[in-house]
Design a protein around this ligand. Structure first.
Ligand code: ZN
Length: 477
């Protein structure tokens, strides 16, 4: 019984069983935006996950969603000893719609299919493959040691792709059942496909609309052009008072404060290349920042949609109104409740009092991040280093990348703010995985490496109880 044998089990599981397990989970359409979604979202828990957990001595309980009854939660607990530390694992079993007709690879969304170095299927990356890896890693430790050496609670959500309705409420209502020493979860992409990645939080999103209505109906531009103010032109100038032609944010209150030194140092170790996606425009965004600072250490203000007149069939008329949906990604030191008043004041100052600023309802959570010197970050990094030593095939050993926060957004404030946990995210996918699009896929090489890393991590937590300082400060009753 030892760590190396647990890793052997992980390797064997990745080679022999992971595809079968994931095929079964992918075969159930769990698109959470469909009208008749409740039966399949519940079936994923009742038919796929609960039997798997029950045979590993988990107590399981489906929790109704207080905000969307179609998307239940699962809370599953394996309690070995109340004196041991508890790890909370989170995942989501719902997916975006299958988009069946648009797939050009694999066997369509619900038949996991091998093709070269990829496995295609809806949810393979987001998020079924990621929680499959974590549960399989837990199982490798259990098989090898007979016990985990810690308590494990799984929270599985079935509405993440609809914006996680009810997640914060359930975390608040189930605080005792979800009490833990740390959250360890997997979602999102690695910084590069070949680079084991840890991130400690995420930026958050804030959407708002700008709207200007000057009159009812359009008016012939030959008779009225030059006499009637054009709301499209005024609104475009209002937007350009907020953000300049190179994407620099011009509203002081929307620009982040200086980064803490340790966060800045962690970000400056990262390189962002675009990973085979579109070419990065180096002149875009805040001047003087590296690409990594722009994505992980700064805010963005973008326009998602802009409408005036009738874009599908323009007519020669002065349009009566214009509208834009604007979008902010922001860092953990920002209070989104201040954004609308700041934008209002800025527009008033710049002569755009008639432009309405409208918050999109329920559109934001809080941004979160962790410092690189958090004891859990050091612990997980050291564990991964040990495993990567063993996996190294030549003299070149992989280095772990740590991101204080992801550039994208996760509902991590439910865990960091509501449950008060340190949060460790270990993504098992990559940015080119086509999540939320046709041809979603995973790279089995990442799943295999991820399974080894997570097995080693769960082994080490069971062996040592996790990092020292947390054991002292976070004992739960
Ligand atoms: Zn997603």
């Amino acid at each position: 019984m030892n760590r190396t044998h647990a890793l052997d089990r992980a390797r064997a599981f990745a080679a022999d069983s992971l595809f079968t397990l994931l095929s079964d989970w992918v075969s159930l359409d769990t698109g959470s935006r469909a009208d008749d979604r409740k039966p399949s979202l519940t079936a994923y828990l009742e038919e796929k996950i609960i039997p798997w957990l029950a045979s590993r001595a988990f107590e399981t309980r489906i929790v109704e969603n207080p905000e969307d009854p179609c998307a239940p939660f699962l809370i599953a607990r394996r309690v070995e000893d109340k004196a041991l530390p508890t790890v909370l694992v989170y995942g989501h079993g719902d997916t975006v719609p299958g988009m069946d007709d648009a797939w050009t690879k694999g066997g369509g969304p619900f038949a996991l299919t091998r093709d070269g170095d990829r496995w295609y299927g809806r949810g393979a990356a987001d998020n079924k493959g990621q929680h499959a890896v974590n549960l399989a890693a837990m199982d490798c430790v259990l098989q090898e040691r007979g016990t985990l050496g810690f308590n494990l609670t799984l929270l599985l959500e079935m509405g993440e792709e609809m914006g996680s309705p009810g997640l914060h409420a359930v975390c608040a209502a189930e605080k005792t059942a979800l009490a833990a020493d740390v959250l360890i979860a997997s979602d999102g992409p690695r910084i590069e496909p070949g680079t084991p990645t840890i991130f400690g939080g995420s930026r958050a999103v804030f959407n708002f609309d700008l709207k200007l209505t000057l009159r009812e109906g359009g008016h012939h531009s030959g008779n009225w052009g030059g006499l009637l103010a054009n709301p499209g032109i005024i609104l475009s100038h209002a937007i350009s008072s907020l953000v300049d032609q190179k994407g620099k944010i011009l509203v002081d209150a929307l620009r982040p404060k200086d980064l803490p030194r340790s966060i800045a140092a962690a970000i400056d170790k990262l390189s962002v290349t675009g990973q085979g996606g579109p070419e990065i425009d180096p002149s875009w965004g805040e001047p003087g920042l590296s690409a990594a600072r722009k994505v992980y250490g700064w805010n963005t203000l973008d326009v998602l949609a802009f409408e005036c007149g009738t874009p599908a069939s323009p007519v020669n008329a002065i349009p009566p109104a214009a509208w834009a949906r604007c979008h902010i990604r922001f860092l953990a030191d920002m209070d989104p409740a201040t954004f609308i008043p700041a934008i209002r004041a800025h527009l008033d100052d710049h002569g755009f009092s008639e432009v309405e600023v409208i918050e999109v309802p329920n559109n934001y959570g809080l941004a979160t991040r962790m410092a690189p010197d958090n004891p859990w970050v050091s612990f997980v990094t050291a564990s991964f280093d040990t495993t990567l030593d063993l996996l190294a095939k030549g003299p070149e050993k992989k280095q772990v990348s740590f991101l204080p926060n992801l550039g994208g957004t996760l509902p991590n404030d439910a865990f960091s703010h509501v449950l008060g946990l340190p949060t460790i995210w270990v993504p098992h996918s990559y940015a080119g995985c086509c999540q939320h699009a046709p041809n979603e896929h995973v790279l089995p090489a990442i799943l295999e490496e991820g399974l080894a890393l997570m097995t080693g991590l769960f082994w080490d937590i069971g062996e040592t109880g996790g990092p020292e300082p947390d054991k002292e400060t976070s004992k739960k009753g």
